[in-house]
Design a protein around this ligand. Structure first.
Ligand code: THU
Length: 133
């Protein structure tokens, strides 16, 4: 967990951002994450003429994760079209939480944070398992 190549992750996120489809907001976003097996997965935002159904970059990233073999996310970063690190929106923090290795790290606007710091007391798979018992 200590030797995460944040520069590489940011570079992959920036490449993903360049593929964004954001003709409506003109705000392109790219996301990248390191997976437990060493893979790096990525995604970009994909907007829609029906504005509300546009997809955040993180949606594409979790799709990439699942399609390329699954696993858990170890470290995550997302950037905007200026290459600035941005925070994943609230919904996307929840998307990431589903696949986060406990203690998953995010590069954020206020430094490196854990998933629990950016989504405290999260609702997750364990809540459903507890309820089913
Ligand atoms: N966006 C993302 O892709 N991820 C986020 O976490 C924040 C917002 C996108 C959605 C929309 O296409 C554009 O940024 C402007 O909100």
């Amino acid at each position: 967990m200590t030797d995460i190549d944040w520069d590489h992750l940011r570079a992959v996120a920036t490449e993903a951002m360049e593929r964004a489809y954001a003709p409506y907001s003109r705000y392109r976003v790219g996301a990248a994450a390191l997976v437990t097996d060493g893979r790096v997965v990525a995604g970009c935002n994909v907007e829609n003429a029906s504005y509300g159904v546009g997809l955040c970059a993180e949606c594409a990233l979790v799709g990439d994760l699942q399609m390329s073999g699954g696993g858990q996310l170890v470290a995550f970063v997302c950037v905007n079209n200026e290459g600035q690190t941005i925070m994943p929106c609230g919904r996307c923090r929840q998307l990431l939480y589903e696949f986060a290795l406990p203690g998953m790290l995010l590069e954020t606007v206020s430094g490196i944070r854990t998933i629990d710091e950016v989504l405290p007391d999260a609702f997750g798979p364990r809540d459903l398992e507890d309820a089913a018992r």
